[in-house]
Write a protein that binds this ligand. Sequence first.
Ligand SMILES: N[C@@H](CCC(=O)N[C@@H](CS)C(=O)NCC(=O)O)C(=O)O
Length: 217
Amino acid sequence: MPKLTFFFGPGACSLVPHITLEEGGIPFEPKPVALRKGQQRTPEYTALNPKGKVPMLLVDGRPLTENVAIAYYLAKTFPEAKLLPLGDTEAEAHALSLLAWCASGVHPRMSPFFGPQRFCDLPDSADSVKKLAGEDTAKNFPLIEKQLTGKQWALGDQWSIIDAYFFVFWRWANFLKIDVSAYPNYAKHAERMAERPAVKRALAREAEATAAFEKAA
Ligand SMILES: N[C@@H](CCC(=O)N[C@@H](CS)C(=O)NCC(=O)O)C(=O)O
């Protein structure tokens, strides 16, 4: 079995592989990264990941980055964990399509909420940037709601990594106080996610890391 070292930022999109590792019962060494302190831009970190981002998974010391790639790697390496559909090429492609949409269609449209100044440096533009991000989110969340309608999980009866991704966006929306009242199936999905022991373990580890960073500040 490969030795896995997992770098995550509490509350960030790295919660997707964090939940996945826990769901799969996959042994790993957790390495919290204090994003607000810029630990992702230190020479030690960028020597491994020049993009200066989380998540990063070291596989026997070799860095693997990008949520979709980490999801693919974990699902293929630990097939018994059933983290994604495997074997049926079309079903695999549909799952990858949803993961790719999460990574390139939904996530980047929510990022401006967290740092509007990185998207427009004109004076007093932050509210306008956030308004546009809100409009994009209002286009994406109905698609997630539809994907979850009449199903327990994004792909049906079987939990998959896509559920972890949807959960991360839901948590961000709540943190950002985005109105989510129009998405009842998404709300129920988030409740089911929060009840899963693996999700609880990942969230507890992230909360512990946040507390340790605050204590050290
Ligand atoms: N496309 C990347 C996005 C990674 C990403 O944007 N990570 C954010 C956290 S959600 C990050 O590391 N931000 C720190 C920074 O930009 O300094 C992926 O899916 O892994």
